[in-house]
Design a protein around this ligand. Structure first.
Ligand code: 6PG
Length: 471
């Protein structure tokens, strides 16, 4: 039997769609899975593409059916299942072969796997794949990290199956070790912030303006034709207009308001904290999901605080649109700032412009303004999007609306952890004289931590008076 060009292990939703995508691009794909019956089911449902598939339940036969040097994509649940799969494959692999781990891995696991496999002569690529089921089948955004040599072996297949933006593949090698999965993690952090900001705007439309889901849907649909144009805005309109078949009610009103989270958003916030980067919109979004999960406590508290006075919202729909735009730019600025710091700390040399370019299509956060972000990093060499000329103009034109909407949210009792964080970031980032001088004074007072005086050299200490307690 003719050998396969590439292997794919793990035929759950993402893996099977990815395998069909590869087969459709004309490659022969060896496929395998832990549960053998799943392989038969998959091949039986592959239609015209079945002829491109080389199925094998036996791992040795699966590996042997792939052309050398072998590239084997593994698409199994993140964590232990990935390590178990690698261990099971290892005895069958030969020097020069490579494992391409395509799940939502913690980047530290990818660094470890890269470090463990490299001395054995086995290449490792950790690739972030974004775009959900549809993306996997028809073109995801692919963020590649790991051995550069193995990237060259797999480059053609990966770029062929990736989404295209103006003909340009949304797939690129970004750096060694865990770089690809780190970028995917931050992608997901931004995804969380973007979704949360949209939800906050929906909240003010619903609670502060009394709009129906259908009316909200119309607004989001119209926004999708403007500067906010993006996949998340598009699907928001579609979710808001969906009707529950059984009751005829808007589906969104029947969905329980407890958000799930698999962990990538949290990892993103943790990474930002570890690197000392302010990513408050991402942190706010993660915290909002955690707060959403304690529904019973929220219901009880809402009865206790029933009489807290709230005001009607006075912002216009146009101001909501502008506020969302400004808020989203702050969230992306924070996400890219985390990438920039991680790149510096890990010596990854992450190409920020390329990252923005491969996010323009295929992934969940794809949007019109990522094209502009790519230019800001590539042409203007921006330190932070907040000060990139194109975005300065947008922030100047829209920060007033963000301020209005956050103020309205506060008065209407409609929580805005993300939009509020975006405004505070904007104001904090552009504040030449902040208030940390006072923090430094306090730190020195109680712990002799020292401070710098602006008019002299070296660390200083204050000659602080005793407090009332110590008198
Ligand atoms: C993507 C998504 C995808 C998945 C998230 C969901 O880029 O395709 O980010 O990876 O939808 O992991 O994450 P939560 O369950 O944490 O919302």
């Amino acid at each position: 039997m003719e050998k396969a060009d590439i292997g794919l292990y793990g035929l759950a939703v993402m893996g099977s769609n990815l395998a069909l995508n590869i087969a459709e691009k004309g490659y022969r794909v060896a496929v395998s899975n832990r549960t053998a019956s799943k392989i038969d089911e998959f091949v039986a449902g592959a239609g015209d593409l079945a002829g491109q598939l080389v199925p094998n339940a036996d791992l040795g036969a699966f590996v042997a059916s792939i052309k050398r040097p072998r590239s084997i994509i593994i698409m199994v649940k993140a964590g232990k299942p990935v390590d178990l799969t690698i261990q099971a494959l290892l005895p069958h692999l030969e020097k020069g072969d490579a494992i391409i781990e395509a799940g939502n891995a913690n980047y530290r696991d990818s660094v470890r796997r890269y470090d463990e496999l490299t001395p054995k002569g086995i290449g490792f690529l950790g690739i972030g794949v974004s775009g959900g089921e549809e993306g996997a089948r028809h073109g995801p955004s692919i963020m590649v990290g790991g051995s550069r040599e193995q990237w060259h072996n797999a480059e053609k297949v990966l770029t062929d199956i990736a989404a295209k933006y103006d003909g340009e593949p949304c797939c690129a090698y970004l750096g060694p070790g865990g770089a690809g999965h780190f970028v995917k993690t931050i992608h997901n952090g931004i995804e969380y912030a973007d979704m949360q900001m949209i939800a906050e705007i929906y909240g003010i439309m619903r609670d502060g303006m009394g709009m129906s889901p259908l009316a909200c849907a119309e607004v989001f649909k119209s926004w999708n034709a403007g500067p906010l144009s993006s996949y998340l805005i598009e699907i928001t309109g579609l979710v808001l207009e969906a009707v529950d078949e059984k009751t005829g009610k808007p589906l969104v009103e029947l969905i329980l308001d407890k958000a799930g989270q698999k962990g990538t958003g949290r990892w993103s916030a943790i990474a930002a904290q570890e690197l000392g980067v302010a990513a408050t919109t991402i942190e706010g979004a993660v915290a909002a999901r955690s707060l959403s999960a304690i529904k019973e406590q929220r219901v009880a508290a809402s009865a206790i605080y029933d009489s807290v006075p709230v005001e009607k919202c006075s912002a216009t729909l146009e101001q909501l649109e502008h506020a969302l735009l400004a808020g989203k730019i702050a969230a992306y600025a924070q996400g890219f700032a985390v990438l920039s710091k991680a790149s510096e700390e890990n010596g990854w040399d992450l190409p920020l412009g390329t990252i923005a370019r491969i996010w323009r299509a295929g992934c969940i956060i794809r949007s019109r303004f990522l094209d502009q972000m790519a230019s800001s990093y590539e042409k203007d060499d921006a330190v932070n999007l907040m000060v990139a000329p194109d975005f300065v103009r947008i922030m100047e034109a829209n920060n007033g609306a963000l301020r209005r909407v956050v103020a309205d949210g506060a008065l209407a009792g409609s929580p805005m952890p993300c939009l509020g964080a975006a405004l505070a970031y904007f104001d904090g980032y552009r504040q030449a004289q902040g208030t940390a001088n006072l923090i430094q004074g306090q730190r020195d007072f109680f712990g002799a931590h020292g401070f710098i005086l602006t008019d002299r050299e070296g660390e200083q200490h204050g000659d602080w008076p005793p407090t009332l307690e110590t008198d």
